[in-house]
Every structure is written in C-alpha cells, then in structure tokens.
Design a protein around this ligand. Structure first.
Ligand code: ATP
Ligand code: AMO
Length: 462
C-alpha cells in the first residue's frame, strides 16, 4: 500500500513516510511531540534530538512552525510502551527526518482541537460558534466530523444512483435557468436574463415530467435547486441538493410509493451496515452525540386523516374532525406526530399519504371519488419531512383547469401543458432534500452542518 497517508496499514518497526497537517505540537527540552492529522486519523510523532545528530536547532525551528502546516515526516513506526492517555493513538513515529512542505502563514480563526470538541447541550460545550465556523468553512471542513459528514453525503448520492440505475432509470440534467417559476412565485429567485426576466429553478418539476411525456419512462436527477426562503430556520437552505425522481406506473400511484420506500430501505441499510460507514458515523457521533436512527423493515403508512386523528387522540391537537381537510399540519405538529409514531411503532421513519388537495402544488392529482383528497405523499424522518411527491395530473384538460384554479398563467406554462396535449403516461414522482436526509439520519440540529458551503438569507460567501 501507499505509505504517504496516515490511513495505510504498515508494520511496526518499519521505516515510513507520512504527510499530514500539524494538529498540535509540544516541545520539551530535547524532545518535540507532534500530533499529525490527515482526514479522520491522527498520529503522534516524536522528535528526539538524539536521533538527528543532537541537532538542537531542529527543536528551535519546530518551536516556530505554525499549526496546520503540512509536513513530511520520515521515521520508524513504534507501539508506545505506555498507552497515550485520553487519545486513540495506537502507534507513534520516532522521527528521523522532517520537512515542512506548506506553512500556515496566517493566524488561524480557531484551533482545530477546539473545532473537534464534542458538542452537547451543556453550557460552554460549544468552543467554536457556527458563524465563526461557516465564515471560515474551509478550515472548519478539516474537522473529523465534517470530513465524515461529507463522505456519508457522497455515499447517499452514490446509493441513490446505484439503486435507480439498477432499476433502469435514466439520469437527466434539466435547466436551472428558467423563464417561469416551477413551484409558484413566492420562493423563486428572479434574475435578469439579457433583456428578459428569468428564474432560478426551485425544482426540476416541469422538466422531469416533460421527460416522462417524451417517453423516458423512469428518470432521476441529482442537482442544486434554489428557494428564496427568507427565513433563517435550522432546516431551510436557499440552495440545496434535490434528489428527484419521476416514473410511470401501471395501475396505481402507490406502486411508486412502495418503490421509493424500498429505495430508502436500501439507502438506510447500506449507510448503517457497511463497516466503513459505521466508522464515519461513530466519528460524527463523537462530536455530535445523537440517538441512532431506527426504522422498521415494513414502513408504517398513514393517511393524512389517520395522522391528524392520532394527534387529536393523543391530546396534541384540538380540532373538529370535520375540519381535517382544511387544516394544514404545522412543523410543530409534524414533530409531535413523529414522537407519537416513535412511541407506538418504534420507528423514526414513516410515510403519510393523501394530503388535502388544497395544500399541494397545481400539478398534483386528486382522488376522483373525493376531490378534497390528493394522491400525494410525504416521507418523514424523526418527525420531519424529507420527501414530497404525488401522482401527477396527466389529463391536459384537468391540468389546464388546475393551473387556472391556482391563478397561474396558462400562456406562460404552455410549453409544459402542451407536452400533455400530445398524450401522457400515468406517472408520479418525488423530490428529496439531500441535506435534510443526512441531517436527520445523523440527528444533527442544523441543516448547515450537512451543506458544504451553505446558502441562507444572510450568507452568500464563502
Ligand atoms: P418544507 O420545506 O418542509 O416543505 P415548506 O417550505 O413547505 O416546508 P412550511 O411548511 O411553510 O415550509 O414551513 C415549514 C416550517 O419552516 C415552519 O413551520 C417554520 O418552522 C419554518 N418557517 C417557514 N417560514 C418561516 C418564516 N418566514 N419564519 C420563520 N420560520 C419559518
Ligand atoms: P418540496 O418543495 O416539498 O417538493 O421539496 C421536496 C423536498 O425538498 C426538501 N426541501 C428543502 N431542503 C432544504 N432547504 C429548503 N429550503 C427546502 N425546501 C424543500 C425537503 C422536501 O421534502 N417538486 C416537488 C417534489 C415532487 O413532487 O416531485 C418539490 O420540490 O426534503
């Protein structure tokens, strides 16, 4: 194996070369103790002037070397005779040569050992506040937890692609510069597009459906979407990565709901059962302790009506049953429901179907027996929405009626509506917030922790 990283497997007493950052350094007499860090690994390296021709200048030089500088260290790998207390260090290197290959030339905004500290609810446990971290995200991303978070984020995308590719989906890339907003005007970012105005895509909704109308049958996309959510909540971003699916069905849209569910079952299982992922999850939990995410082999599915009745029965909501379909479940109520489901079913993951039609977007199909009810669904993790979707209206006349009912301009949506006029397969789809899935899987308290360079109303850099 390559010997230039801290993660390679090497034998004791072997001469090795490692490259990493100086995490910490302590000079004492003729000895220097360096903690070298790379990704999630740390290694103690000891410099004893006896091993370098008694050259004390080396210790003087080391006293001036700045934290986070990158060094190459050559030496022998030794198992310490006395365990190094309160660390997970199992080996150390006795240094024979050391070269600085990139020096930190600016004062650090915070120390990495502080940024790596465990965060609990106890006062004073947060050594580096979130703004300081995000203002200096490039340094913040060096922590063990952050490295692990983004390895897992990459894993989720890979598993999502893997599952869908296995089922013969096509990966598509829809435009992000649009002439018309895809989810209604309120949360669309407007922009100048030469002599016209345009919008940043809030979702690939209209385009993924047009791909179905083109006959693609099953499509998915992994791409950023933009929402002008002018509120600084812990779970909304102005730009997030949307995992979108659109697919046809044979008889009933519920076929697709079961398919999305089996995809999540696959993602959760691979995320938590694979040994390499377990290691990253443990590293994250060391910094951000949280209960394990639990789910059942058979996911509970409730109708909106059943969900509201559960809240009423458990005295969380005071509502007349006749008003269920004019009631919009708030985020707080969703969380209460999450607690009830956890108590009764011992799961953090469940599905709600059949939301009131008036709460869903214009392209959502309603139940022909009862138009108040829509053929829609949301998936929840720890009481919070991670997926939203529905059977789509595929009849062009119903679609035009609905566009009008939502006070939208038919002319501006003609490019989309026309694709239905030339016939449309029955289909449904969903959008999934990648950062939300990861935040809730890990039980983190803020979506900014799972966004590489988060965008919120106050933050456009770095
Ligand atoms: P989701 O993104 O989960 O689909 P949404 O975009 O539909 O949610 P709402 O359901 O309207 O958003 O709101 C979800 C939650 O976000 C609210 O219950 C509230 O906690 C928070 N929120 C939304 N808008 C604001 C706001 N303007 N100020 C503060 N909090 C807000
Ligand atoms: P919706 O608007 O509900 O549906 O979004 C789908 C999922 O995206 C995530 N999400 C967000 N994540 C971070 N920051 C935000 N501001 C934010 N807003 C939404 C949530 C949510 O469940 N076109 C439909 C999907 C479809 O029907 O196919 C849509 O975009 O996890």
């Amino acid at each position: 194996c390559s010997k230039n990283t801290l993660s390679c497997k090497i034998r004791e007493q072997e001469n090795i070369w490692v490259r990493g950052r100086i995490h910490d350094i302590r000079c004492k007499g003729s000895l220097a103790f360096i903690i070298l860090r790379h990704k999630i690994y740390t290694l103690q390296c000891i410099l004893d002037v006896k091993n370098i021709n008694n050259d004390k200048n080396m210790i003087k030089w080391l006293n001036h070397i700045t934290l986070e500088s990158i060094v190459d260290i050559y030496g022998k790998l030794i198992k310490p005779t006395i365990p190094i207390e309160s660390t997970n260090i199992k080996y150390e290197i006795h240094i024979s040569k050391l070269f600085c290959i990139s020096k930190t030339s600016k004062d650090l905004p915070f120390l990495l050992k502080d940024a790596n500290m465990k965060e609990t609810f106890e006062e004073g446990s947060i050594k580096v506040n979130q703004d300081n971290r995000l203002n200096n995200r490039c340094i913040d991303l060096r922590t063990h937890a952050n490295y692990s978070i983004f390895v897992l984020q990459s894993q989720i995308c890979q598993l999502f692609r893997e599952y869908l590719n296995k089922h013969n989906f096509i990966e598509i890339h829809t435009p992000k510069l649009l002439g018309e907003s895809s989810e209604g005007g309120a949360t669309a970012f407007k922009l100048n597009y030469f002599d016209k105005s345009g919008y940043l895509a809030q979702s690939p909704q209209l385009y993924k459906q047009m791909c179905i109308n083109a006959g693609f049958e099953k499509v998915y996309e992994v791409a950023p979407v933009f929402r002008a959510e002018n509120s600084n909540t812990y779970r909304h971003l102005c730009e997030y990565v949307s995992l979108d699916i659109e697919m046809t069905y044979k008889y009933d849209y519920m076929e697709n709901v079961y398919f999305y569910d089996s995809m999540f079952q696959y993602i959760f299982t691979q995320l938590s059962k694979l040994q390499k992922n377990k290691m990253f999850i443990n590293v994250i939990k060391e910094q951000y302790p949280a209960d394990d995410f639990v789910w059942l082999d058979k996911t509970p599915i409730f109708t909106y009506e059943e969900a509201i009745k559960m809240l009423i029965k458990n005295n969380k909501l005071n509502l007349d049953e006749k008003d269920i379909f004019i009631y919009d479940m708030s985020t707080d109520m969703e969380k209460e429901l999450g607690k009830i489901v956890k108590m009764l079913y011992k799961t953090d993951y469940y599905i709600i179907i059949n939301f009131p039609s008036n709460l869903r977007p214009f392209y959502t199909m309603y139940d022909e027996q009862n138009k108040q009810i829509s053929h829609s669904y949301d998936f929840f993790m720890r009481g919070e929405e991670i997926l939203s979707g529905a059977q789509r209206i595929s009849d062009v006349n119903i679609l035009i009626d609905n566009v009008k009912r939502f006070n939208l301009d038919v002319n501006k949506l003609n490019f989309y509506i026309d694709s239905f006029a030339y016939s449309s397969f029955p289909h449904s789809g969903c959008g999934i917030g990648l950062e939300r899935v990861l935040m809730l899987f890990l039980g983190l308290n803020n979506i900014r922790k799972t966004s590489l360079f988060p965008r919120d109303p106050k933050r456009l850099t770095p």
